[in-house]
Design a binder for this molecule. Structure first.
Ligand SMILES: Cc1ncc(COP(=O)(O)O)c(C=O)c1O
Length: 447
């Protein structure tokens, strides 16, 4: 079949090995999305659903934004690709300037990657390169956190803390990585916003520094809010304490803002929202409103200066031996610039901040549904825990399917439903998401 006359259902589902999917059961009972516009998706049966998780935190500006489509089309007509090593094109510099204006402090140097995983991998390498440049090549250990998610490359998998992702590849993970405990305490089950307790969990970093020598640790990486394990909001004071411990031992602090970046917390980045500036910050997803893959690493000026100044390579040789064929390609840059225009024109982070209390109230209104065992949230993201059945993940997936049938789409992770509405949502859309979640969760409970 030519790509021009594709129908809603392909002739064969056999050949595509789908990512993070139960391929066998999906292929028996597929869920195919055929159209997306604004806050709605349509599936192959013509059923309309509201998008309850902005794709995968990707499309806060809504689906099918004409401004983005037009910017990309125009760019492709003019310059569709140029190789990015030792040459460039103007758009990527313009975008870097615009991103640097929104990042906190002196996180002004912008490195482009392909996605969130490659942004994290790049951040890891930049941390190592920085310490080498400063004559501290012995700093190569990294600290991550339990229940963190940083993507699926080897480095990113290792610093992450989602057990199944790690277990499957334990034999090939990066050496020298330790994990702090996660911050989700039993008393946080139904806490709205930042928990009052748990700041002391940051002392795990001090403990690791004592056990392994702070002078051997290159960087500590955390998501300001752990997104993929269902919105684990940092206890008050926790991130500030991590910053202090990093400063004490000259450990770089990396914030993975692939989810929390670009307004999800109500500020441009979690860093500003929680008043803590990291040394390196990663982003992806909403950078292009999800339409073209792009990852970004924002780095403090001093780190860039150290790495570039230390280089004794001859002219033409890179200071940092790292990069991707698709680093800052024109189409992704055009999409990201159009997204920046919309952020500014529609004051979109403020809009997210203003809608957040309404959304959080809606989420917490679900707490009396019998199978709900926890609800957390911050900004425009939230997690709903469903009581575990005989095996982990089963209840979450079954609830997801009931909600899908009820007309709200999102992703479940283990037994947690991940909810993250688009920032263009009006109150009536939030009501619709909550109503349909209520129906879906209740139908699951009855099943
Ligand atoms: C915090 C965080 N970091 C990294 C990633 C990996 O991003 P990608 O799937 O684009 O590689 C994700 C993906 O969900 C994420 O949530």
């Amino acid at each position: 079949m030519s790509s021009q006359n594709r129908t809603n259902i392909p002739n064969s589902l056999n050949e595509h090995w789908m990512p993070f999917t139960d391929n066998k059961s999906f292929k028996k009972n597929p869920r195919l999305i055929t159209e997306a516009k604004g806050v709605y998706l349509t599936n192959h049966e013509g059923k309309k659903m509201i998008d309850g998780s902005s794709g995968l935190f990707c499309n806060p500006l809504g689906h099918g934004r004409r401004e983005i489509t037009e910017a990309v089309t125009k760019q492709l007509d003019k310059l569709d690709y140029c190789q990015p090593f030792n040459q460039g094109f103007g758009g990527s510099f313009e975008l870097a300037t615009r991103i640097a204006k929104k990042t906190p402090g002196d996180l002004n140097k912008i490195f482009y990657t392909i996605c969130g995983s490659t942004a994290v991998e790049t951040a890891i390498k930049i941390a190592v390169a920085y310490h080498r440049a400063k004559g501290n090549g012995h700093r190569f250990k990294f600290v991550g956190r339990e229940r963190g998610y940083h993507g699926m490359n080897i480095g990113a998998t290792t610093v992450g803390g989602m057990i199944n992702n790690v277990k499957a590849f334990a034999s090939i993970l990066m050496p020298g990585v330790q994990h702090m405990r996660h911050t989700h305490l039993p008393e946080h089950k139904f806490v709205k916003g930042q928990p009052e307790t748990g700041m002391e969990m940051a002392e795990d970093l001090e403990r690791l520094a004592t056990n392994f020598g702070g002078e051997n640790i290159a960087a500590c990486i955390v998501e300001p809010i752990a997104g993929s394990t269902g919105t684990l909001v940092p206890p008050k004071g926790y991130l500030k304490r991590l910053r202090e411990i990093c400063d004490k031992h000259e450990i770089l602090l990396i914030f993975d803002e692939v989810i929390t970046g670009w307004g999800r917390t109500g500020s441009a980045f979690g860093a500003q929202e929680f008043g803590v500036t990291p040394d390196i910050m990663t982003m992806a997803k909403a950078t292009t409103n999800g339409v073209i893959p792009m990852g970004v690493v924002a780095v403090k000026d001093g780190i860039y200066d150290a790495v570039t100044d230390a280089s004794s390579a001859p002219e033409g040789a890179p200071e940092l031996f790292h990069g991707y064929t698709y680093s800052g390609i024109p189409a992704a840059v055009a999409a990201a610039l159009a997204v920046q225009d919309i952020f500014d024109k529609e004051d979109i982070f403020k809009r997210a901040k203003e809608m957040s209390p309404y959304f959080q109230d809606g989420l917490h209104s679900l707490k009396d549904l019998g199978v709900v065992t926890g609800i957390r949230g911050y900004g425009m993201m939230g997690g709903i825990d469903i009581k575990m059945k005989d095996k982990p993940g089963k209840a979450g997936f079954q609830t997801f399917k009931h909600c899908y049938n009820a007309g709200v789409n999102f992703k479940s992770t283990g037994d947690t439903l991940i909810i993250a509405p688009q920032f263009i949502c009006e109150k009536k859309h939030i009501d619709e998401i909550i109503d349909k979640l209520s129906t879906g969760i209740s139908n699951y409970a009855k099943s």
